[in-house]
Write a protein that binds this ligand. Structure first.
Ligand SMILES: Cc1ncc(COP(=O)(O)O)c(C=O)c1O
Length: 380
């Protein structure tokens, strides 16, 4: 009886809602190496323990609701005024907040897909209607900007762009993104640009559109500490946007959304540890080439694309199995990869794994070779 009442009053967007799925779910396995979350291959900086322990003394206080010190640190690093900055409990919180603030029931939202599932999830929670722009293998998973431009009209509320894109590992040129931002500005459309994965890409300063928020009123750029500093267990991300966008997001934000430990540690990481990211990029760049060479040698069975970011997106259809089974086979070698099925068709034929240090990557390549041999004998 009570169940019927609840089903009647729950918001209709939530009635049949499914939670998005993510990599990094190591909790149900023992002794597993995680290739499924795209984080810094070197792990967190060596100083991380000291940073966390130093922050413990402040636990007896509520966090600074305005995250003043953290915003100042971000402001200094990127030379951006503090009132263009908001911080969140992971960058994922800011995807939700942006949707809460700007997307209403019936609003149309453009999303190139496959991509990070949280944009569609948050938009749908608010009653938004998703218009999908397909990213096709035949176009090397690049955004078809011509098609996208055709869809941009004043009837669209927002466009979500993930750059680098998860799961395809594609980076779009800054010039193209800016053309899009300008076209959207003319049509009164917001651009949500997710750069959560950009820090680990060589030349990220050149590729990022972060500074462009100062000259484009419709732009919001999302950044994260999770991937750059390998700290998914601490939830902290930030967003840089035009003054008006940030003002309204700050008005609606959850109180004390970023914990005290997170605020202190994040400020120190941004202040003191950027060298750690540079070191990681060196490892990623050389390992990317090496692993790509290994994957090319398996091209009778799998199709690998040279990644722009720190993770591979690989078509495994030639193995005669789907992504889910592939994940389970890799688990037998204590390796967790991302089953891409939840990204929607055709991703059930793709797997995603991050680039780690040489020893770990070699372990992954060996496991892959063993699986190919095993499947070959199965099909004979
Ligand atoms: C593209 C992208 N954006 C945002 C996030 C959210 O990360 P976090 O909330 O840890 O900052 C992720 C996490 O996987 C991601 O892949």
């Amino acid at each position: 009886m009570i169940e019927m009442i609840i089903r009647r009053i729950v918001r209709r967007e939530i009635l049949n809602m499914h939670r998005p799925q993510h990599g990094g779910d190591i909790w149900q396995y023992d002794n597993i190496e995680d290739f499924s979350s795209n984080i810094n291959p070197l792990g967190p900086p060596a100083e991380i323990k000291e940073f966390v322990l130093n922050a413990i003394d402040k636990l007896q206080y509520y966090p600074d609701d305005s995250a003043t010190r953290l915003k100042e640190t971000i402001s200094n690093r990127f030379d951006i005024p503090t009132d263009l900055i908001t911080v969140g409990s992971g960058s994922v919180e800011l995807i939700r907040l942006f949707s809460e603030v700007f997307i209403d029931r019936g609003d149309k939202v453009l999303i190139p897909q496959p991509t990070f599932e949280e944009y569609a999830f948050s938009s749908k929670l608010m009653g938004g209607r998703i218009i999908r722009i397909p990213l096709n293998e035949s176009e090397n998973f690049r955004i078809n900007f011509e098609l996208l431009f055709e869809k941009i009209t004043p009837s669209i509320r927002a466009v979500f762009i993930c750059n680098p894109n998860n799961p395809t590992s594609r980076v779009e040129p800054k010039k193209k993104i800016l053309e899009l931002v300008e076209e959207c500005e003319r049509e009164g459309v917001l651009v949500f640009l997710d750069e959560a994965l950009i820090d680990l890409v060589e030349g990220s300063e050149r590729l990022s559109c972060l500074k462009e928020v100062e000259s484009h009123e419709n732009l919001f750029v999302l950044r994260s500490l999770t991937k750059a500093f390998a700290i998914p267990g601490l939830r902290v991300g930030y967003g840089i946007g035009s003054r008006e966008i940030i003002k309204f997001m700050e008005n609606a934000r959850l109180s004390w959304n970023v914990g005290q430990i997170e605020q202190i540690v994040a400020a120190r990481l941004i202040d003191e540890c950027y060298e750690h990211i540079k070191n990681a990029i060196r490892v990623i760049t050389s390992e990317k080439r090496r692993i790509f060479g290994e994957l090319l040698a398996m091209r009778k069975h799998i199709t690998a694309y040279y990644p722009d970011a720190n993770f591979f997106f690989v078509n495994i259809a030639g193995l005669g199995i789907k992504s889910r089974e592939f994940k389970h086979l890799m688990l037998r070698y204590n390796i967790l990869v991302r089953d891409c099925t939840s990204f929607g068709p055709p991703c059930e034929n793709y797997t995603r794994f991050s680039i780690k240090t040489a020893k770990s990557n070699t372990k992954l390549v060996k496991a892959l070779r063993s699986i190919i041999t095993e499947l070959n004998s199965r099909h004979r």
